[in-house]
Design a protein around this ligand. Structure first.
Ligand code: NAP
Length: 258
């Protein structure tokens, strides 16, 4: 059974590891190719776009894929919609693996934004020294803000347009609470901007912001395409695969635990 894992996340890599250890599964992980030196999962890896939903459907058929797991980042909206279209066209079951979103706790000062554009609007009324952790893509949304300093953290360097007053911090998680405290203090940060990515690797910044009494602008997640079943953990996704990803015309077949 050939499983296609749409990746680019820690969970996708962990899932590929789990499935790769199963003797009756062949796993291919697909990466967009955005990161210069990605951490590669075990099993087969393909890198680069498919050419839209039709391209992905063709790839699925040509490579005899029997199930697809969309384990991409919660904010990778296009690939998730393409996966829904491709799976329907190629008649293969699709599951979305989405780590749960973050939930504010006591003492948190979170302000929700529906998009990066809304987050940029919210920055204007909230702070002048911004820790921007929404990734290098979409940085242009903040480029018109010329009366605030931006500390931008991303894995690879962004391309213009960028905010005029900006310092770049090239790094990738996991991050530590001590490290995040130090960054907020050293740069005199007075507002944090983040996507609701969820997970533990990048969560310490939220604790550090709460401790420092700094407001956090949290960009809400886009929805998972309608009708696509969702699980929250790597284990649940692996379980779905080993029960042979049942569809209407193919009953569940248990091929054993990985
Ligand atoms: P996106 O906007 O949803 O996708 C744009 C295009 O990139 C897709 O149409 C597809 O091209 C290609 N693509 C995206 N993910 C792919 C994958 N796993 N395998 C093959 N092609 C892929 O995606 P994005 O937000 O730019 O994110 C790109 C990748 O980075 C994703 O894999 C995601 O998991 C990871 N990532 C994203 C974020 C984020 O905040 N968005 C954060 C961390 C990691 P074609 O149409 O040509 O197939």
């Amino acid at each position: 059974m050939h499983v296609l894992v749409l990746g680019g996340t820690t969970e996708a890599r962990q899932l590929a590891e789990l499935l790769h250890s199963h003797p009756r599964l062949r796993v291919t992980s697909s990466l967009a190719g955005r990161v210069a030196a990605p951490r590669l999962p075990p099993g087969e890896v393909r890198i680069g776009g498919f050419g839209g939903a039709d391209g992905m459907a063709r790839w699925i058929s040509e490579h005899a894929v029997s199930a697809v797991i969309d384990a991409t980042h919660p904010f990778a909206e296009t690939i998730s919609f393409n996966a829904a279209g491709a799976a329907a066209t190629a008649h293969v079951p699709l599951l979305a693996l989405r780590r749960p979103g973050w939930v504010p706790g006591e003492g948190d000062d979170w302000r929700e934004a529906g998009s990066l554009a809304e987050a940029a609007e919210a920055v204007r009324g909230t702070g002048r020294r911004v820790f921007l952790t929404t990734g290098r893509l979409g940085l242009g949304t903040f480029a018109h803000i010329d009366d605030a300093f931006f500390l931008v953290r991303s894995v690879d360097a962004p391309e213009p347009p960028c905010p005029p007053h900006m310092e770049l911090l090239l790094d990738r998680g996991p991050f530590t609470l001590d490290g995040e405290r130090e960054i907020l203090a050293r740069h005199h940060i007075d507002v944090l901007v983040t996507k609701d990515s969820g997970g533990t690797a990048t969560a310490p910044k939220l604790t550090a912001a709460r401790e420092a009494g700094i407001p956090v602008i949290v960009v809400r997640r886009p929805p998972v395409p309608e009708g696509v079943p969702v699980v929250a953990t790597v284990e649940e996704a692996a379980e779905w695969v080993v029960t042979a990803a049942p569809t209407e015309d193919r009953p569940a077949v248990d091929i054993g635990t990985p």
